[in-house]
Design a protein around this ligand. Sequence first.
Ligand code: MEV
Length: 313
Amino acid sequence: MSGVGFGKAILFGEHFVVYGLPGIAAAIELNTTCFFEKNSDRKEGIFANDLVTGELIKYGEHPEKRLAEVLSIIFSELNFKEKNFHLKLVTNMSVKGGMGSSAALAVSICKCLDKEFSLNLDNAFVNDVAYKVEKLFHSNPSGIDNTVSTYGGLIRFRKKNGGNEIEKIMLKKPVEMVLVDTGLIRDTGEAVDFVKKQKEENPKKFEGIFSGYVGIEKEALVAVKKEQWEKVGKLMNKNQLLLKEMNVSSKELDEIIDAALDAGAFGAKLTGAGLGGNAIILSPGKELQEKVAKACTKKGYNSYKILVGMLGD
Ligand code: MEV
């Protein structure tokens, strides 16, 4: 049996979602899959291979390893009795940040164990467990990454006390986008803290930025639902300008965005915490998508052609 945790691209609202404003995000084809393997030829215990190093880690050992901590949270939440097995983790995502790899890791393990042991976990439960894992990686996660990773598809998300708002957005036809990796590792928690510090030091400036975002998201929600991609692109560009004002873009992200817009993209912005990580570019139609991906690759960045508005159940 296996379980999949989707990667994500935030189309609107990274950082703003941390403060309870709504965001729009999509599951992407890049994902992490967890395979269950019986462990007959190994010694007793649960083993999993670390996604980054490939190293085989025995659950309960290597306390300094994040994977052991991740498993610990999941087993305790599932009230799981230790058995004898190996979890093989395979990913095609960049684990450097921006694609939601930590959330996808947790979701893939939960969904794999759910299927293998017929635990009958629903998505809401898996989402809660994955959020607990997210807290291990990031100090104050909004929950958008684990939500998209669990449910898939295209989602409007809003963090709320007493239960987050999760609205699924159905498109008639998935839309072509390009995800471009700066190759720079950055830490989500640090980026979130950096925004918080600036917000505390300059509340007036941030009030303006936040109210600007509210208007952008409101229009974007309508435009996304109507699949008015030119409009959505313009709003993504506006969202990017706000993120630049918050100093979470980088020269690499700016270079990617400029190259994509020069190639005819409808809109482009950073996705995730910024300061590196990835950019998401709206490029409807195979031809434009190809052109944009080529322009970004030519600048030396890995580009992934993706379809947004599918995946999930
Ligand atoms: C998550 O990918 C991006 C941030 O909005 C943090 C969060 O939502 O937890 C920056």
